[in-house]
Design a protein around this ligand. Sequence first.
Ligand SMILES: [Zn+2]
Length: 172
Amino acid sequence: MRKSICFFSFFAFTVLSFYACQKDSPIADNLIETDETGYANVPSNMWSLFQRFEEEALERGYQIDLKTQEISAEISEISEEGVAGSCTYGSHDPGHIVIDQTFWNQASDLLKEMVIFHELGHCSLFRGHTEGSHPNGTCLSIMRSGLEDCNDNYRVSTRETYLDELFENADL
Ligand SMILES: [Zn+2]
C-alpha cells in the first residue's frame, strides 16, 4: 500500500475546519527522542493524549498499544496555511503525526484531542474518512474529510458519541 498523508487544517484555527489529503508526500524526519518510560519518538507533552486514546479504546473493548504500533509524532511549524496536523501512514510502516506548533500553543485540550484522535484514527485504527452530517448539520464523525459540508461539534457533551463512532468503525 502506498503511503498517504492527511492534513488537518482549520481556518484561523477556529472550529470550522478543512482537510486536504495527498498521496506520497514527503515525510518529516526530525523526530524527538524520549525516554523509555513514555512513547518513543513522541513529545512528552503529547503522551497524556496518546494514553487517553488507549484508555478510550479499552473502555470500548479494543486493546490498542500505540507503543507496539510504533507511532511517532512531533510538534513543529507546518508551513501550509492553517494546517493543524497531519498523519503519514501506510499498511506496512508505522504512522507519523505532525502537529503544528502554533496550533498546539493555542488550542484547548479538547481541540488537541480531536486533532490527535483524528490522526490516530488513520495511523492506529487504519480508518479512512467518513463523510455525512446529522439533520442539524453537525458531522457524523471526527473522521470527516472536511471536503464536504458538515460542522464540527466535538464538545464535552458530544465527545462520548464521537468516540463510540471512532472506535466502532476501526479497521483492525
Ligand atoms: Zn484525515
